[in-house]
Write a protein that binds this ligand. Sequence first.
Ligand code: FES
Length: 376
Amino acid sequence: MSEPTDHGRGPSDAPSDAELAELTPRELEQLGYRLDDVEIVDNSPKWPISGTRAEKRAERNVAAWFALSALSGLAFVVIFIVWPWEYRNPGTEGYLLYSLYTPLIGVTFGLSILGLGVGAIAYAKKFFPEDVAVQQRHDGPSPDLERRTAAARLTEAGRTSGIGRRSLIKRTAGLGAGAFGLGTGVLTLGGLLENPWAEGDESPLWVTDWAPHGEKVYLRQDVGDPHEVVRMRPGDMSAGSLVSVFPYKESWSEEKAKEALHHADNPVMLIRLRPGTPVVERKGQTGFNYGDFYAFSKICTHMGCPTSLYESQTQRLLCPCHQSQFLANEYARPVFGPATRSLPQLPITVDDEGYFVAEHDFTRPVGPAFWELDAT
Ligand code: FES
């Protein structure tokens, strides 16, 4: 076997595969040092005397982090699947449990990955030998031989850290990684646990509270008090203004009317264009407006943020999350930013008492696209 070349990229006559196969991981590690022009100044094992109380304590400390990760990962999976997550109004039965759902899945998932990370760092700090080494740096990728020796170096470092005999750490690290992996899998596949199309044409992705089902659906302004129902009339708005409205039916209980203020697909922007504003209507949506009044879903078709900034000079509706912009006088088609679908338009008219009502539900699903949907 030759000495390293002067440029540090390995010997010109590197050991053959047969020679390399003969070497132990320790010898490969040493070879790697030589080939890399690395001089080991100090390499003392962390625990020269094994089995001391201090070593055991360090081992338990590392294992505790992995155990925390495992417990948190399992708790995440259980909470994600069985915790009552459906919306409840404040003050009603089940509200407390509902309001804890998001914090709990966030905290357990976070602790799961935190425990794994801190455990791995603690293991490296407490058990890996502390090398003090000096190495000359060189440009370009490493040749195959050096990659093999680098892998051997890692193997040796693991061996000298005593991982083989630290079964507590191995078991808890395995449990932590397994529980975290399980949690990630559940998070990814959780949406497939329920069939969103189980109710056919009445499935939640197609239907909102704006569907009349034989009753008038009024456009209600949210004035901040859920007990006060304010139904919109054309005279309530000046030209070039926007009001956020929600569905309201007279048959609804107070509870149901309050819930309708919180359902994610209900918010609508009622816009009054300035007289004489040129308008482009979308095919199939002709007559969805009432005079200068147009109603569009407020839920951005990019990722579902509320789109509620209206610039009446340019007719732009702006979503503050990622700056998508839609033209209010052109069926809210996207003209800037990541959104690709128009905001769904709600067909509106005025009833014989002069209140705005919805003629029927949206004809396109509200919010971000999903795979069954065309891109417009
Ligand atoms: S959610 Fe509106 S632009 Fe992203």
